[in-house]
Ligand binder design. Structure first.
Ligand SMILES: [Zn+2]
Length: 202
């Protein structure tokens, strides 16, 4: 079963050459891992190696033109250094950074008959933001729209919440999803903070 998904996934990466050769070339460089530990698809960089993780159910659910759009989305995260030197210095801003990166990227992907956006992704219009801004500018806008909760409510007691501050993709979600701003921060469909615990899941 798993090899069936892998074969189809490799085929999709190969056929991407007809859609976007640049993206295709980057896809070839990736170590690809099938896993059910994430819901969708995502990339990270570990020890200088590029990794792409995907949930086979998510992969199977996408029509080819949407899959090609998602491939481009993920490769842009890599080429724009969202997983490396442009990662946020404050891990509490991981979710904000992920969304800002998605907003910036999703303005760059050109749609066509064979490349259709995944409608569940984040787009500037959904937030009332201008299109085609930088990741940094979207971070500024998101900070204003989704201010963090007051420190007295968000700080864990006695530091017993250690382990939340490193590359732990699930760690900052509750904090950033505070209802204090009136509306919760939506989730990006991929998380660039890394899934470091997944390792070579396949
Ligand atoms: Zn993304």
């Amino acid at each position: 079963m798993q090899s069936q998904h892998k074969n189809k996934f490799e085929w999709a990466c190969a056929i991407m050459v007809t859609e976007n050769e640049f993206i295709h070339e980057i896809l070839l460089l990736l170590e690809k891992h099938e896993t059910d530990k994430i819901e969708t698809m995502g990339v990270n960089v570990q020890e200088g190696r590029l990794h792409l993780y995907y949930n086979p159910k998510f992969f199977d659910s996408l029509p080819d033109p949407v899959l090609f759009w998602v491939f481009q989305h993920e490769m842009y995260h890599l080429v724009l250094h969202h997983c490396t030197k442009r990662k946020p210095s404050d891990p509490h801003e991981n979710d904000l950074h992920n969304i800002a990166a998605d907003l910036a990227i999703n303005c760059l992907i050109k749609e066509s008959l064979t490349c259709k956006r995944w409608e569940s992704a984040c787009f500037p219009q959904k937030f009332g933001f201008e299109t085609h801004l930088s990741l940094e500018k979207y971070m500024e806008l998101l900070r204003k729209k989704f201010p963090p909760p007051p420190p007295s409510q968000s700080e864990p007691k006695d530091g017993d919440d250690k382990g939340q501050n490193q590359e732990n993709p699930g760690s900052s979600k509750q904090q950033q999803n505070s209802p204090t701003s009136g509306s919760a921060l939506p989730q990006p469909f991929d998380d660039l903070s890394g899934w470091p615990d997944i390792q070579l899941a396949a």
